[in-house]
Design a protein around this ligand. Structure first.
Ligand code: BES
Ligand code: MN
Ligand code: ZN
Length: 487
């Protein structure tokens, strides 16, 4: 989809050359600044009781006299035009247009001035509304005819808003990639498939390179924890290394580490059958790393970025790792695997140790790590754990900016107690209480050599139920964090 500004005076809205005009009213009374034909239309539908001027409401009108665009959608947002309200109004408005005949929609905000955050949100909402999964469902309804969205503004604002639109589009494309990969079923989206997608991403962008370590490479390195998870699967494990060089070589990179369990059966500690299909989304962290690289490359950010994606299946079987088995991680620390379903931390810990070689400025891991995090925070905020207050504050702020919020969780020393083992340096589980925190404490033992943060996205990476599907989170959070760092 194409997003551009369209400069037009507010009294010129009636002459805008588009298939549809989406008029967002930042008002709870009929605005006084509208050109006569539009004022009459709004007045009419409000008087008739067809449109209540309450935020989130929207109404479709066809062939309004005096309006060049054949279609008019009125959408209401709060007088402040605050981002959340703007998004809601756009969502309601675009829902009335996306399955219709309009190819080009002009969007105008009345009663407030759009800023670059509004522009970015427009790209996000439009892209979200028009995504269709078809990889294993080619019969899915035709994609929306919407091709072009124009944000109406004054000449003076055009540059800033165009920048917002292109940033929004870059992030939206990253989100769409993350959603698409996570939505693909585990028999399609294997570790090999993820590696091929990473290579394809590198082919699409200059300055982006990919290297894939095979099982024998991981063996040579001594990634005993990662390999233990992979050992019963017929799918070859892959350890994907992505590098984006957008700044001087000497500049320390940010490293993103994404959990890439393409299917989590639980292993010998087998999961119960209900909803087990959703464990195809257990590579949501990996998908968000690939999506973030896509967004970063589209924006050409002046940073160095490394992506590490350990990816494999967690399967039971005759060759599977068993409860009580002790493995030696890449760090040299030994781990007693008390529960084979706590596999995410096992593949991540070796990736965290591997991250040391990049002398990183910061390392952020992203993982659908614990059901306990879903119990703690539900599906709205991701769990954020960090030993570094500055890094934590930057990630929280980025989440707010990207409409992809997180909430900070504790890492007190006292929680570490639960990981004690009689037979190894640590166990891989710490019991049910504070399960998201003990998982983070486990990871922290492998992150002593750099500034580190951990995002538990178990509750936010996908939706269950009727609208089952990946969300692409936390690509917006990560993209905003990196935009800020690039300055
Ligand atoms: N991938 C799961 C976490 C998960 C479960 C995310 C349900 C979203 C919904 C992870 O590998 C896992 O199984 N974690 C266990 C840890 C436990 C054994 C300590 C869990 O949360 O039950
Ligand atoms: Mn598991
Ligand atoms: Zn898992």
């Amino acid at each position: 989809m194409d997003f551009k500004t369209l400069t037009a005076p507010k009294d010129g809205l009636c002459a805008i050359p588009a298939d549809a005009l989406l008029l967002v009213l930042a008002s709870t009374s009929v605005p006084t600044t509208l050109p006569a034909p539009l004022a009459a239309a709004v007045q009419g539908v409000v008087a008739a009781g067809d449109l209540k001027l309450e935020p989130g409401r929207a109404l479709y009108l066809h062939q309004v006299p005096g309006l060049k665009a054949a279609r008019l959608v009125l959408a209401v947002c709060a007088p402040s035009a605050a981002p959340a309200s703007w998004r809601k109004a756009l969502g309601a408005g675009l829902a009335l247009l996306k399955d219709g005949g309009a190819r080009h929609v002009a969007v105008a905000l009345v009663g407030a001035e759009p800023g670059d955050a509004h522009a970015e949100a427009l790209a996000a909402v439009a892209s979200e509304a028009t995504y269709v999964y078809r990889h294993t469902k080619p019969s899915a309804p035709a994609a929306s005819r919407l091709q072009r969205l124009s944000l109406v503004c004054d000449k003076a604002q055009a540059k800033a808003l165009d920048a917002g639109l292109s940033r929004g589009l870059a992030i939206a494309e990253g989100v769409a990639l993350a959603r698409e990969l996570a939505n693909r079923p585990a028999n399609h989206c294997t570790p090999t498939h993820l590696a091929a997608e990473a290579r394809a991403l590198a082919r699409r962008h200059g300055r982006l390179t990919v290297e894939v370590l095979e099982r024998k490479d991981a063996e040579k390195l001594g990634m005993g924890a990662f390999l233990a998870v992979a050992q019963a699967s017929h799918q070859a494990p892959k350890f994907i290394v992505l590098r984006w060089q957008g700044a001087a070589k000497a500049k320390a990179p940010v490293v993103l580490v994404g959990k890439g369990i393409t299917f989590d059966t639980g292993g010998v500690s087998l999961k119960p059958a209900p909803e087990m299909d959703e464990m195809k989304f257990d590579m949501g962290g990996a998908a968000s790393v690939l999506g973030t690289f896509d967004a970063v490359a589209r924006m050409g950010l002046a940073i160095n970025l490394v992506g590490l994606v350990p990816t494999c299946e967690n399967m039971p079987g005759g060759g599977a790792v068993k409860p009580g088995d002790v493995v030696t991680s890449l760090s040299g620390q030994t781990i007693e695997i008390l529960n084979t379903d706590a596999e995410g931390r096992l593949i991540l810990c070796d990736a965290l140790t591997y991250a040391e070689r990049f002398k990183p400025a910061a390392v952020i891991d992203i993982a659908t790590l614990t059901g306990a995090c879903v119990i703690a925070l539900g599906h709205h905020r991701s769990g954020l754990f960090s030993s570094d207050d500055t890094l934590a504050a930057a990630l929280l702020a980025a989440g707010e900016q990207g409409n992809d919020p997180a909430w900070r969780m504790p890492l007190d020393e006292a929680y570490d107690e639960a990981l004690k083992s009689s037979f190894a340096d640590m166990g891989n589980v710490g019991g049910r209480p504070g399960g998201a925190i003990t998982a983070a404490k486990f990871l922290q033992r492998f992150a002593a050599k750099f500034d580190w943060a951990h995002l538990d996205i178990a509750g936010t990476a996908w939706k269950s139920g009727k609208e089952k599907g990946a969300t692409g989170r936390p690509v917006p959070l990560l993209a905003h964090f990196l935009i800020e760092r690039a300055g």
